[in-house]
Write a protein that binds this ligand. Structure first.
Ligand code: AMP
Ligand code: ZN
Length: 144
């Protein structure tokens, strides 16, 4: 896609810091490092988000994530964890509409890890029957 910034990175038209590359996948440092080593993993094929993946493309992309994650962990002794994040749609905070997976290493050293991720849960709104309805509805939608 001509006006896609990640297609331009894949085609070498704009520079990037490449972490990993093969025929189907490219991983490069996010220009805005949430933590040191924050990496994006993208399919070379332009797809907007997860809803456009088929199984083969998912295998191409997601099968590479463990090895890339281990490499990021190994790159600094203070890396003790990893957040893996994939935003799909502007409502879900996607801002670049070429699918990408964020690998965000987490450091035991707070001077490196400035993320401070906090999760807010809303369990007070959910009774057991609500969980049951949710799980059944999702299972009904599973393909295959
Ligand atoms: P998202 O909000 O999930 O769509 O994330 C898009 C990410 O792309 C952001 O974290 C940006 O910092 C990153 N980004 C945008 N332009 C570039 C670029 N030229 N090189 C590397 N990362 C980029
Ligand atoms: Zn693209």
């Amino acid at each position: 896609m001509t006006d896609c910034i990640f297609c331009k990175i894949i085609q070498g038209e704009i520079p990037s810091y490449k972490v990993y590359e093969d025929e189907k996948v490219l991983a490069f440092l996010d220009i805005s490092q949430v933590t040191k080593g924050h990496t994006l993993v993208v399919p070379k094929k332009h797809v907007e988000n997860i809803f456009e993946y088929d199984e083969a493309l998912a295998a191409d992309v997601f099968s590479k994530i463990p090895a890339i994650s281990r490499a990021i962990r190994a790159h600094h002794p203070a890396v003790k964890g990893m957040n893996i994040l994939n935003n799909n749609g502007s409502l879900a905070y996607q801002s670049v509409f070429h699918s990408h997976v964020h690998l965000i290493p987490r450091y035991e050293d707070e001077s490196i890890d400035g993320f401070g991720l906090k999760w807010e849960t809303h369990n007070e709104h959910y009774q057991p029957e609500d969980y049951q309805t949710i799980v059944e509805t999702i299972k009904e939608k599973m393909e295959g």
